[in-house]
Design a protein around this ligand. Structure first.
Ligand SMILES: Nc1ncnc2c1ncn2[C@@H]1O[C@H](COP(=O)(O)OP(=O)(O)OP(=O)(O)O)[C@@H](O)[C@H]1O
Length: 219
């Protein structure tokens, strides 16, 4: 009976987690750490984009890389919960990508920008909203330059947009949590504490116990 209850409670869909923040604020870095530590609990919702892959990015893992025509048609068909144009490219989260994580029984993690957050608010996704704030615009610029992914023009655009996004991000009521990504480990601890406090990880230990019951260690 206990096992049955545990199984049922694990099937209850938990609220997705949105990590929002300016480009370069460290979203991918923090989500990567969370997914690495809890690979069975969280599933990354893979967005679509019309931008070209950066070195090291693979299709279906970091993004679904697609064409402008294909993506525009899919958006028109209502296949996306949010989409936005940034720096000449379209980015968006498809309903299918969210369902893919949910059907796996995992907590869906979304990495989206402020425009996307505003659109998600009009859906029934009901996620937790976390905003990641860089310690300063100067530090953000340094990190983006060090990442070596931007041209002068795309760097400038990212920094221009960042100040507006931060203004929205820190406004009371817009996010459930604001994390300042100064020291990476400290920022990660704050994110984990939030996730824990809201019991997003509640079933993690139950899952582990269940696994032990189902797969008894025979000594
Ligand atoms: N606390 C930190 N201290 C120093 N460097 C950091 C910190 N957090 C992230 N970085 C570095 O800053 C750069 C930007 O981080 P990351 O790529 O995770 O940002 P992002 O928000 O996912 O950006 P984008 O939206 O453009 O994909 C990376 O090179 C990362 O290694």
């Amino acid at each position: 009976m206990l096992q049955f209850i545990r199984k049922m409670s694990n099937k209850i869909q938990q609220r997705p987690l949105i990590l929002c923040g300016p480009s370069g604020s460290g979203k991918s870095t923090l989500l990567g750490k969370l997914m690495k530590e809890f690979p069975n609990r969280f599933g990354f919702c893979v967005s679509h984009t019309t931008r070209k892959p950066r070195p090291g990015e693979s299709n279906g893992k970091h993004y679904h890389f697609t064409s402008r025509e294909e993506m525009s048609n899919a958006i028109k068909n209502g296949e996306f919960i949010e989409s936005a144009e940034f720096s000449g490219n379209i980015y968006g989260t498809s309903k299918k990508a969210v369902d893919c994580v949910l059907s796996d029984g995992k907590i869906c993690i979304l990495d989206i920008d402020v425009q996307g957050v505003k659109q998600v608010r009009n859906t029934d996704l009901n996620p937790w909203y976390v905003f990641l704030k860089p310690p300063s615009l100067e530090e953000l610029e340094k990190r983006l330059k060090a990442r070596k992914t931007e041209t002068d023009a795309s760097l400038k655009l990212r920094l221009d947009v960042a100040s507006k996004e931060i203004e929205y991000g820190v406004q009371p009521g817009n996010f459930d949590l604001v994390v300042i990504n100064d020291d990476l480990e400290h920022a990660y601890e704050q994110l984990k504490e939030f996730v824990d406090k809201n019991r997003i990880l509640e079933t993690d230990s139950a899952l582990q116990e269940e696994k032990e019951i189902e797969d008894p260690i025979i000594g």
